[in-house]
Design a protein around this ligand. Sequence first.
Ligand SMILES: Cc1ncc(COP(=O)(O)O)c(C=O)c1O
Length: 435
Amino acid sequence: MNAPQKSEQLNAPHTNAAWHARRLAATPRGVGVMGDFFIERAKNAEFWDIEGRRFIDFAGGIAVLNTGHVHPRVQAAIAAQLQRFTHSCYQVVPYTEYVALAERINELVPIDGPVKTAFFSTGAEAIENAMKIARSSTGRSGVIAFGGAFHGRSMFSVALTGKVQPYKAGFGPFPPEIYHVPFPCHCSSLDDTKRAMEQLFKCDIEPSRVAAIVFEPVQGEGGFNVIQPAAVKWLRELCDQHGILLVADEVQTGFARTGKMFALEHFGVSPDLMTMAKSMAGGTTLSAVSGKAAIMDGPAPGGLGGTYAGNPLAIAASHAVLDVMLEEKLPERAQLLGDRLIAHLNAAKAKYHRIGDVRGLGAMVACEFNDPTTGSPDADITKRVQAAALKRGLLLLTCGVYANVIRFLFPLTIEDAVFDEALTVLDAAMAEVLA
Ligand SMILES: Cc1ncc(COP(=O)(O)O)c(C=O)c1O
């Protein structure tokens, strides 16, 4: 009973500080919040807080807003659906738009052969269901994931996640038969992964009991680590050799972010199952699992679904998102803006020796900050650059196993003038902290 009484709440000022205090009293610390300001309204790549302050949004609600805040097409689609119905539970009374969206996604995903798609609500839920489908269709239980991976916060998805703090600490024991090997990217070699896999098959589980290997084509929370192309081909061969399913988690990489509709298109490898969420529905709650039809049909009727899975408002939004992505050529725009940002960051790197690796795929771009003498990750400087940008009204996110990476997740629909303004702010923030 420590929350303000109703009468006190009515008289409380509508300021960021007042709401911040109320948040701390009313909600648990486990729901960590980065900002101490509250959003009032938003448009494309900008938003305003409840005190009228403007921000440029280079976070996109963590990769959800590839089509920007409140895209008029998405807004209109949701509004039209609101006039018709908001819920029937697809498993009770189906609606045609769900089926039509599945057909569209089946055409788009880089999976060979006949494909089927099922819808859910969150990324974690998509991962959970992909694992259920993999286990049910193979009759096997083991799952292999990668160090530095992030697959969600539900019990199975967090068990697959390869980062202890803050995601796993204190929440175990986790479901058994989940294993991690090093992720082959710029900071770890494919040979390390091969050796770890060999060791795993020798010491922990025989390959014939492994249902799936799950990977992100570009690790998101892990630091925007792009998987080595040779590693994707090797994973495919390994899976084929042992009857293991290859599962690509495209929750963060999907829907035009990397310069293609899906990141796997860069690698020329077809997975067996794919998970997607985030930018697929313009900020409404929708996720999906797509996969080879025979595998998707593994679970019996009733084994998949959920009360809200494939909610009609989100399905309507997703149809509009796909229209916008194709009509506004967002994959091409992602590549263009990503190239510009990488060039900009490389110019900054030439000036400031604390900037380490600059990397990315399309517009999924990040840069590292390291101690120039030891080369070790510098989370403190990274935080200070983020804070200096925020002070000037540019919202940036950090990531990485060592929290020394700034990642850029601006809407791909961002106006050129706003994008240029953001780069100028970024320059000023880096000059303040790094010069
Ligand atoms: C690659 C990946 N998979 C799964 C998830 C979990 O998605 P959600 O937070 O919607 O459960 C995320 C979220 O950041 C993610 O980046």
